[in-house]
Design a binder for this molecule. Structure first.
Ligand SMILES: Cc1cc2nc3c(=O)[nH]c(=O)nc-3n(C[C@H](O)[C@H](O)[C@H](O)COP(=O)(O)OP(=O)(O)OC[C@H]3O[C@@H](n4cnc5c(N)ncnc54)[C@H](O)[C@@H]3O)c2cc1C
Length: 491
């Protein structure tokens, strides 16, 4: 088969390479050139599991090494990345330095790995995407950069199938006139961002921060504020990727908005007061996009071309890799059939909704940290259950299982139900009720002891807890204990 992949972010390049390994004749078309700046950097355990599966199935040795921090550093020290041990959240209040209140700590730490060696990574996308495009070319993909493709141009290439990996570039949306479905999306936020040199560590700025399950800063750090939230991702070479996601549209110059937010939140101010932006701070008014279709006869989109919700919970890389795995599995037998494409389209659509509901609920919950921490538990329950299942029971069909609880009778309705409930929360009693409801609703998928008041918002990777919860996985204690070696990412 002759396949065109439009867009050479990591996702387009990786899929193009897999298709070439399968023996297809692949052309990869990029309108820009590499290396180039890109955003979307923080990986997760589910993303790494998919990378490992792709590595095994298609003989992609580099993907195996890039799936864990220790292996990455040992094998590809020249590809810049940052250690990510988990997800850190703080709630800041205007005009007050961040401080821990012992009774209701507005800090949430959820470990994703037990040590640095098996930990996740933030990907410095300029390096990683460049690596993937070079690897694609080495695998036999015909790579053409600085190419602005048109429908006529594609016809001349005489391809049997087109994959749109152009991200928000929206290549096929324009070529095929696919309508937007943005009105369907509940999440709405603008982005103020850059990369910075010289950002300080939370542990240096907040006195008396008690030790958590991992060092707070070596994580995807989320600072929740009245206006939305801020991400801060530290790379090992000292650069920090940071950005504010702001609910309301703003019209001041970006640099001025940045300074005013640093003044309003003194601890964030202390973290970034001496930091130098490595490129001008930029503002994008609304970063969400969503289309009405993700696949059709002879074409398919990767998730970032189809929809994007928000960086909260770092869903983008894992979702993209899952979609690559799905499409790759269909190309093993020639071309995806009409049935495959209908299924692919339906899954991406359900998954975009699921992410949107979860994130929109989290925005709604940001006013109160107890609500937010409870809402976050839905995400962590869904991904940790999927991760443990994938580690202990290899499943041929895992690629086609839904992302973030889609298709799971216990989880599929939860983000939507929770958004509806959050919209009705008014009083302290409503908040307590919501927290209880989440705890009950995730119980049958809660393999990690989440939503436990005794944990005080601090969740290490704990195999004892997992072992005690064997029934959640439908296993006896003995069966789970003997499966523990398969949880190698955990130990
Ligand atoms: C602010 C922000 C933060 C994010 N943070 C995270 C995170 O922490 N973790 C996470 O998992 N995900 C995150 N994401 C999502 C992540 O960015 C995407 O999932 C990821 O970039 C998808 O990669 P991709 O290769 O599909 O697309 P992209 O990275 O968007 O690459 C698309 C490529 O297509 C090219 N292109 C565009 N139009 C054309 C055209 N017409 N012809 C040819 N080439 C074209 C572009 O030049 C580019 O090289 C974030 C996204 C945003 C916006």
């Amino acid at each position: 088969m002759r396949v065109a992949v439009v867009g050479s972010g990591f996702a387009g390049s990786l899929l193009a390479r897999v298709l070439a390994v399968q023996g297809h004749d692949v052309v990869l078309l990029e309108r820009g050139t590499h290396p180039r700046f890109a955003i979307g950097e923080s990986s997760t355990p589910l993303a790494n599991l998919t990378l490992e599966r792709l590595a095994r199935r298609y003989g992609l040795d580099d993907c195996y090494h890039l799936a864990a921090h220790g292996r990455w550093v040992a094998r590809f020290p020249e590809l810049r990345r940052g250690l990510k041990r988990g997800f850190t959240f703080y709630r800041h209040h205007a005009g007050r330095p961040f401080a821990l209140d012992g009774i209701r700590p507005e800090r949430l730490l959820v470990a994703a790995s037990p040590n640095d060696h098996v930990a996740d990574n933030h990907w410095l996308r300029a390096d990683v995407d460049h690596h993937f495009v070079r690897a694609a070319a080495q695998a036999g993909v015909e790579y053409r950069d600085r190419t602005d493709v048109t429908t006529d141009g594609l016809k001349q290439l005489r391809v049997d199938f087109v994959v749109d990996a152009s991200g928000p570039g929206g290549f096929l949306a324009r070529q095929l006139g696919i309508p937007s479905a943005l009105q369907r999306m509940q999440t709405k936020a603008g982005l103020l961002f850059s990369h910075f040199d010289g950002a300080r560590l939370v542990s240096d700025v907040v006195p008396g921060l008690p030790a958590g399950p991992y060092p707070d800063d070596w994580a995807a750090v989320h600072h929740i504020i009245d206006e939305g939230w801020m991400y801060s991702l530290r790379f090992d070479h000292g650069v920090t990727s940071a950005g504010f996601l702001l609910r309301d549209e703003v019209s001041d110059p970006p640099e001025q908005m940045w300074r005013s937010l640093l003044r309003r939140y003194p601890t964030i101010g202390a973290l970034f007061c001496d930091a130098t932006p490595l490129m001008p701070i930029a503002y994008r008014p609304r970063i969400q996009h969503r289309l009405t279709r993700a696949a059709g006869n002879g074409w398919a989109m990767l998730p970032h071309a189809f929809a994007f919700v928000d960086p909260l919970f770092s869903t983008g890389i894992a979702w993209s890799l899952r979609a690559i795995e799905r499409l790759a599995s269909r190309f093993e037998h020639g071309m995806p059939t009409e049935h495959d494409l209908v299924r692919y389209d339906a899954l991406l659509s359900a998954e975009a909704d699921q992410i949107d509901w979860l994130v929109a609920g989290a925005y709604r919950a940001m006013t109160r940290f107890d609500l937010f921490a409870a809402q976050a538990m839905i995400y962590f329950a869904a991904v940790s259950f999927a991760e443990v299942r994938q580690r202990i029971g290899p499943d041929e069909n895992v690629a086609w299982s839904g992302f973030l609880g889609v298709g799971d009778p216990e989880l599929r309705g939860l983000p939507h139900a929770s958004l509806r409930r959050l919209r009705r929360v008014r009083s302290a009693a409503d908040r307590r009720e919501f927290v209880k409801w989440v705890s009950k609703s995730i119980a049958r998928r809660n393999v990690c002891g989440l939503a436990n008041p005794a944990a005080h918002n601090s969740y290490p990777v704990d195999l004892d807890v997992l072992t005690r919860r064997h029934a959640v996985l439908g296993m006896s204690r003995e069966a789970l204990v003997s499966a523990l070696p398969a949880l190698r990412g955990f130990s």
